[in-house]
Design a protein around this ligand. Structure first.
Ligand SMILES: Cc1ncc(COP(=O)(O)O)c(C=O)c1O
Ligand SMILES: N[C@H](C=O)CCC(=O)O
Length: 461
């Protein structure tokens, strides 16, 4: 095994240029060159590219527990967590065994199966949804929820918040947070005016803007969709009472309240962000969306909600929605096994590890004089490279992206793989043990000094 750690004191000018050292990334570089020849940007989802931080993405060849191994044999403590799903860590033996056994029984039948039934039961047991439909991605879940909301209400307008990402659904791809922020697009070519034109985008945590939008468009609003706690502009929790206010405003205008828990679901807590907000404050979304953790690292996602709304869905009702691989037996086995293994101890461990990493990151950045702010939503957290609380996307956009790029590369050199974007959560898992936390702790001071050298020298978001 080759150690990833080298040169965490690199010159900030080298940040974003594979500061890891000549020769150390030969295999990843060669693979990336091949990928560029056959795949746009060399990646199958834009945030995987290093466009926001510069350099060559590492090709990961295996992962176990809290660690990733790349094609050059370097090992990294993983803080990407596949962008959220890997709550238990990579290649959890019981998940691997269950998935292997499921695959041996056949990988897809196109008929109802037991694992999909049991996964649906598990979701209904943990959340306020009464009926749930399984799909294959978070994007499909939000797209379907929006269609159902429109079909149920007979209205067209959708309200969303700037900086909240709900997948690459046409109607929701306006001011959509991390990927688009990292790539400096304001929306996306290819999304027709007719699709985006029915979307109202408001500043997050802004009650006045919500009140004004409903006053103007109320009778045309089918639904308001929000991340239960925003995680795609960095972690920005709703102000106390904000989600309840949204729920009440929707109800007052006959619109549906849709909470997107694709990221927070079964991650922020065992019952998602709803478990620490709605369950406490006494509000219930009309529809919810889920993904990531409930797929256990496989393509599985879901949307669900009130029985009378879900009854409008085909085959019971007229709103069409379908999928050849929806409820796939291997994917649902992975998700079901993951949820069953996600005990209170798992959430306690992830929370405790998060507290340690947050405290150490903040201490290192403070010692180096780097402006920063740490925010959390349940067990999720992120570090903003700017001073002061972040309440909305404008605040999040005030980050020093050059400082983050230098920090990211120094961490990578020291064997810690952060998300290659300043607008993402740092994901921990039950597998982040003392040794993994020590690697992170050892990497932070040098990375903070690299960020300090780069701070203020370049791009602000
Ligand atoms: C809150 C939220 N909603 C929806 C999505 C879309 O999910 P997917 O990438 O599985 O399509 C994501 C992440 O990608 C997300 O974080
Ligand atoms: N921020 C995105 C979702 O949470 C990252 C995942 C992706 O789009 O690849």
């Amino acid at each position: 095994m080759v150690e990833a750690g080298r040169d965490s004191e690199q010159d900030p000018a080298r940040a974003g240029t594979d500061a890891g050292g000549a020769g150390g990334q030969a295999a990843s570089r060669a693979l990336f060159e091949r990928a560029l020849a056959v795949t746009p940007g060399g990646v199958n989802s834009p945030v995987r590219a290093f466009n926001g931080v510069g350099g060559t993405p590492r090709f990961i060849t295996s992962a176990a527990g809290a660690r990733l191994t790349d094609a050059d044999g370097h090992e990294y403590v993983d803080l990407i967590g596949s962008w959220g799903p890997m709550l238990l860590g990579h290649a959890h033996p019981e998940v691997v065994a269950a998935v292997t056994a499921a695959a041996a029984r056949g990988t897809s039948y196109g008929t109802p199966t037991v694992p999909e039934l049991e996964l649906a039961e598990e979701i209904v047991a943990r959340t306020p949804v009464e009926r749930v439909r399984l799909v294959s991605s978070g994007t499909e879940a939000t797209m379907s929820a929006i269609r159902l909301a429109r079909g149920f209400t007979g209205r067209d307008v959708v309200v969303k918040f700037a900086g909240c990402y709900h997948g690459h659904v046409d109607a929701l791809l306006a001011s959509a947070g991390s990927g688009l922020a990292t790539f400096a697009h304001s929306g996306s070519p290819g999304v027709p005016e007719s699709a985006a034109g029915e979307t109202v985008v408001l500043p997050y945590n802004d009650r006045d803007a919500v009140t004004a939008a409903f006053a103007e468009h109320g009778p045309r609003i089918a639904c308001l969709i929000t991340e239960a706690a925003a995680g795609n502009m960095g972690v920005v929790p709703p102000d106390p009472g904000f989600n309840r206010f949204l729920s009440e405003t929707c109800a007052a205008h006959g619109a549906l309240f849709v909470t997107d828990e694709v990221m927070t679901g079964f991650r922020a807590s065992a019952r998602g962000y709803w478990g620490i907000d709605g369950a406490v404050e006494g509000w219930t979304p009309d529809l919810m969306t889920f993904g990531k953790v409930m797929g256990g690292g496989f393509p599985a996602a879901a949307f669900g909600g009130r029985a009378d709304i879900m009854a409008r869905l085909s085959p019971d009702g007229p709103v069409y929605q379908a999928g050849t691989l929806s409820g796939n037996p291997v994917a649902t086995t992975a998700g079901l096994t993951t949820l069953r293994l996600a005990t209170p101890e798992v959430y306690e461990h992830v929370a405790k590890a998060g507290e340690i990493v947050k405290q150490e990151a903040s201490a290192a950045l403070s010692a180096a004089g780097v402006p920063h702010h740490v925010q959390s939503a349940g067990t999720m957290f992120s570090v903003f490279f700017r001073e002061g609380p972040v309440r909305d996307f404008d605040d999040a956009s005030g980050q020093d992206l050059t400082a983050y790029a230098a920090f990211f590369h120094a961490m990578l050199d020291a064997g810690v793989h952060l998300p290659p974007s300043a607008y993402e959560a740092w994901f921990l898992s039950a597998a982040h043990d003392d040794a993994a936390l020590e690697t992170i702790a050892a990497a932070l001071p040098g990375a903070a000094r690299a960020a300090a050298r780069a701070a203020g020298t370049g791009v602000r978001g």
